[in-house]
Design a protein around this ligand. Structure first.
Ligand code: AMP
Ligand code: MN
Ligand code: MN
Length: 331
């Protein structure tokens, strides 16, 4: 469902009326959350606004190029209390779930300051005071692009680079089913406005640590299969992350790789967030909708890329998740 004119108009009015904006995105931010923040922040700054980007997680190294002006800050409840309380609007990007906003979500929620949500996740209830939501959009960056265009804004090279990063990462480099003809048109325009497709690809994907790649190699050696090869799954313990000198954020992209295997339909990655919490990532090549499985265990996500953070050790959850996936494939 595309976004109606009234919704764009409402957000446009907020952007023009407000002076101080606090932008944030979900825990463990990805290229879309970060690209959306930087793209929108840059547009607002061009309008003469005061803009603050506060995230609960640290900026992953490979997205440092989005932070040339140092505007992306890691949220600290003491340091940023005043910034939060003096905002005119909160812009919550690429997320519609208070849980995944962690501590900053708790603070924002306590205030009466209006919350604008811009997102492309399927909605499971009301979130925020003003919404710009399209679950057919490839990425939140695509919606920000539409918003800036609606406002007759100029797409500067900085904005183009940020929004191209959003689209590139959330479409799996233009290969997932969310890569519509429109996505290519927008990407083309962003390149015309100054985004370098080659440079951005290199910055995002071709600066990974040897440790990460070695961790990945160890996982490939331990891939498991169920349902006659239609399900591929693997676990990553904290110990193996440590022994390879890698961290949880280094697992980004691992769950996508087994798509290359013929016959695989669904991939499940179990990673140890810490000793008592397990992160489950679900991916589908498009024949099975996997966010229902994630929702069943308290998580969510997109049709073909979903996740959940579960209390308890990894081995506790492997069986129950895989049984649910088997039901999905055989149902
Ligand atoms: P990930 O496997 O972490 O790359 O996440 C894939 C998608 O699943 C994300 O884009 C989110 O939409 C969703 N997701 C991941 N973790 C959670 C969670 N704990 N709760 C709800 N949705 C999640
Ligand atoms: Mn995201
Ligand atoms: Mn996204």
């Amino acid at each position: 469902m595309s976004i109606n004119k009234e919704s764009f108009e409402r957000v446009k009015e907020c952007l023009h009326h407000g002076q101080r904006f606090v932008l944030t995105t979900h825990v463990n931010p990805d290229g879309d959350g970060l690209g959306s923040e930087v793209g929108l922040a840059s547009y607002l700054r061009d309008l003469g606004k005061d803009v603050f980007i506060l995230n609960v997680s640290e900026l992953p190294d490979n997205y440092d190029f989005l932070n040339t002006d140092g505007a992306i800050k890691t949220y600290n409840g003491f340091i940023h209390r005043e910034t939060i309380l003096t905002a005119d609007y909160f812009l919550i990007l690429d997320i519609s779930d208070w849980n995944r906003l962690r501590d900053i979500g708790k603070e924002i929620r306590k205030t009466d300051i209006p919350k604008i949500c811009i997102d492309h996740h399927p909605q499971s209830g009301e979130f925020g005071d003003v919404q710009l939501i399209n679950d057919q959009a490839s990425s939140t960056g695509e919606i920000i692009y539409e918003l800036i265009k609606y406002c007759d804004g100029k797409i500067t090279p900085t904005i183009a680079t940020a929004l191209y990063t959003s689209i590139l990462t959330d479409t799996g480099s233009f290969k997932f089913s969310n890569t519509s003809a429109r996505v290519f048109r927008i990407a083309g325009d962003l390149v015309e406005c100054g985004a370098s497709s080659e440079e951005i690809y290199k910055l995002v994907y071709e600066r990974q640590s040897t440790n990460k790649v070695k961790l990945f190699a160890s996982i490939l050696n331990r891939l498991r299969f169920e349902e006659n090869g239609r399900v591929a799954w693997f676990t990553i313990s904290k110990e193996s992350m440590h022994s390879h000198g890698a961290k949880l954020s280094d697992t980004e992209g691992f769950a996508d790789y087994p798509r290359v295997i013929s016959g695989v339909e669904v991939i499940v990655m179990f990673s140890e967030a810490d000793k008592s919490r397990t992160k489950v990532s679900l991916r589908s090549k498009g024949n099975y909708v996997v966010n229902g499985v994630a929702r069943k265990f308290g998580g969510g996500g997109h049709q073909y890329a979903a996740g959940v953070l579960m209390e308890g050790s990894m081995h506790q959850h492997v069986k129950s998740i895989l049984s649910e996936v088997a039901l999905l494939l055989n149902g």
